[in-house]
Design a protein around this ligand. Structure first.
Ligand code: 5RP
Length: 235
């Protein structure tokens, strides 16, 4: 598979640079989800075919299927205690490394795998780097049993925090709610500007029925920013 757009090229550059900078023989690697991570996984498959000896833990069923297709050997969190590094994309990332994730509906497994890793590296194209998080709607994973009342609780929290009537649509696939790999639903919170991501991350996860939210604060150790001209920057 070849990159077709300049953004694809930037994503490939980022994923390839992450392999060069952070991956070596013997490592256990968290494999992120989304298009940028999938370029990384394809490149990792090529490196494995060339003799690189690594094993991966996927962060979604989609990434698991791709890794198997391109020949990256896999293990699970049941069989390993720690991962050396997780390499994963982001929908937005700010100067402190705080991210919005979950555009691909994989935030829960992504956060768990990152948490089990000694290091987390975000791979992004330059369009993902922002000054203030929030233009990208914040994904919030909720249990189906209580989705309407949990959404009301999320709305009440946001109102208390000063977000005025944010749109909180349930993520749909046609006429059906999107169902995550853990069997949950998602709401996408249109907040525009998130001024205190660390506080909001904790407050959202206290709401009964919220399983996880896409604000990943204090998780990324470094970011690899790929550009369409083939260059990259590590921060
Ligand atoms: C999936 C994610 C992805 O990492 C995020 O959506 C970025 O995806 P892409 O690389 O396709 O822009 O969090 O849940």
């Amino acid at each position: 598979m070849e990159p077709r757009t300049s953004q694809d090229t930037a994503k490939v550059v980022s994923g390839t640079a992450a392999i060069d900078a952070y991956v070596s023989d013997g490592m256990i690697i968290g494999l992120g989800s989304g298009t940028t991570s999938h370029w990384f996984v394809r490149k990792l498959g090529e490196a494995v075919a060339g003799g690189l000896d690594v094993i991966g833990v996927p962060t979604s069923t989609g990434t698991r299927d791709l890794a198997l297709e391109v020949g990256v050997p896999l293990t699970t969190l049941e069989d390993v205690e720690h991962l050396d590094v997780t390499i994963d994309g982001a929908d937005e990332i700010d100067g402190d490394g705080a991210m919005i994730k979950g555009g691909g509906a994989c935030l829960l497994w992504e956060r768990i795998v990152a948490d089990a890793s000694r290091r987390m590296v975000a791979v992004v194209d330059e369009s993902k780097v922002v000054e203030t998080l929030g233009a990208f709607p914040l994904p919030i994973e909720i249990v189906p049993f209580s989705w309407e009342s949990t959404r009301r609780s999320v709305a009440a929290l946001l109102e208390r925090l000063g977000y005025r009537n944010p749109d909180l649509p349930l993520r749909m696939n046609g006429h059906e709610p999107v169902v995550t790999d853990s069997g949950n639903y998602l709401i996408d919170a249109h907040l525009q500007r998130i001024l205190d991501p660390v506080a909001l991350d904790g407050q959202l996860n206290w709401i009964p029925g919220v399983v996880e939210n896409g604000l990943f604060t204090g998780i990324a150790d470094e970011m690899v920013i790929g550009r369409a001209d083939g260059t990259h920057e590590i921060r």
